[in-house]
Design a protein around this ligand. Structure first.
Ligand code: SF4
Length: 338
């Protein structure tokens, strides 16, 4: 386990202005009131990162729309100023990219921006994302034009979308061509929504009896921090089921190497039993155990001591027995030769 997370995903605001059909946000938004992360907390996290060269990326979004944070440009610049060796990026639906925000982002130290738009037809955008098509596309296309003039568009803008019930195969192909015609080479399509550990009703739930790990980098290399400073297990943990500590009172380092975190990793990797409703058992990214494949974990130092003693005693006894038999044979053989 690395000493410090390589990647940190920080929810600087818990708000989103869209209502995508494949996203848990619509179902959880009333559980956690929309809030902006306190500046002191944000700076505390970034300042600690500035002491760790192993930090590779600071991701300023988590289960939200990052452009609803009125300080997002300032925060991008702060993260980049303090941790210049780390890449800083955001993922947005693009609908809030008005002229002033577009200028702010293009003049900021942001390394790259991902834009999630799950269709190119007005009806699809409205039904699947709950966004105003004309407003959103005018802003996104204007942003792309400005970005072409100020940045290397090839590395600066990524366009991403996924399969959902309103996107036909024809529109999927059309969308790929649409963005490429606009000069976006970095286009990513994901072939299917995921239930986000059972947090999207309407998508088939996953139930695994035994698991042996996580196929993603999220739990081993990335820390996920929500707006109030709580560290949650990963970006699937929309309901904040697994809280590993709060960064208002302790450090990133302390939470990352805490016993609580180790215990959850053990459950995720199948070394420890977890309840039937443990979040990873409901997640598409968990690696299911083959029948009978469970990694045992010896947790008690006493058991290790006992095992060591039994091994040592066995070795001693076998050596003694071998020496005794060897000596006895020599005496017998020696006697018979006489
Ligand atoms: S298995 Fe799923 S819920 Fe568990 S850590 Fe991985 S991504 Fe998160």
């Amino acid at each position: 386990m690395m000493k410090f997370p390589k990647y940190l995903s920080i929810q600087t605001t818990s708000l989103c202005n869209a209502s995508c059909v494949f996203c848990p946000y619509r179902e959880i938004r009333d559980l956690f009131p929309a809030k902006i992360m306190e500046e002191a907390l944000f700076r505390k996290i970034v300042d600690e990162c500035s002491l760790h060269r192993e930090v590779e990326r600071i991701i300023l979004y988590l289960n939200n729309e990052p452009l609803t944070d009125p300080r997002i440009v300032e925060r991008i610049n702060y993260a980049k100023e303090k941790v210049p060796w780390a890449g800083v990026h955001i993922l947005t639906n693009g609908s809030l990219l008005n002229d002033s925000l577009a200028e702010g982002l293009l003049s900021s130290r942001l390394d790259w921006i991902g834009i999630s738009l799950h269709g190119t037809e007005p009806e699809t955008v409205k039904e699947a994302m709950g966004l105003d098509y004309d407003l959103t596309f005018n802003r996104v296309l204007s942003f792309i034009d400005k970005a072409k003039a100020k940045r290397n568009i090839r590395d600066f803008v990524m366009l991403t979308f996924l399969r959902h019930k309103y996107l036909t195969p024809e529109e999927k192909d059309k969308s790929m061509g649409f963005w490429r015609n606009k000069g976006i080479e970095w286009v990513r399509y994901f072939d299917g929504p995921v239930s986000r550990a059972g947090n999207v009703s309407g998508l088939p739930p996953v139930r695994r009896n035994k698991i042996t790990g996580c196929a993603t980098i999220w739990a081993n290399e990335m820390m996920h921090i929500v707006e109030d400073g709580n560290v949650v297990l990963c970006c699937m943990d929309w309901r904040r089921e697994v809280i590993l500590g709060n960064l208002k009172s302790v450090s990133v380092q302390e939470i990352w190497s805490s016993k609580e975190y180790a215990l959850v990793r053990d459950k995720r990797d199948g070394r420890l039993d977890s309840g039937a409703d443990f979040i990873c058992k409901r997640c598409e990214a968990a690696i299911p155990a083959a029948a009978g494949q469970v990694k045992p974990k010896m947790r008690s130092p006493f058991l290790w001591l006992l095992l060591s003693f039994v091994c040592a005693f066995t070795i001693f006894y076998m050596t003694y027995f071998w020496a005794y038999m060897h000596l006895r044979n020599r005496i017998i053989l020696g006697g018979s030769r006489k």
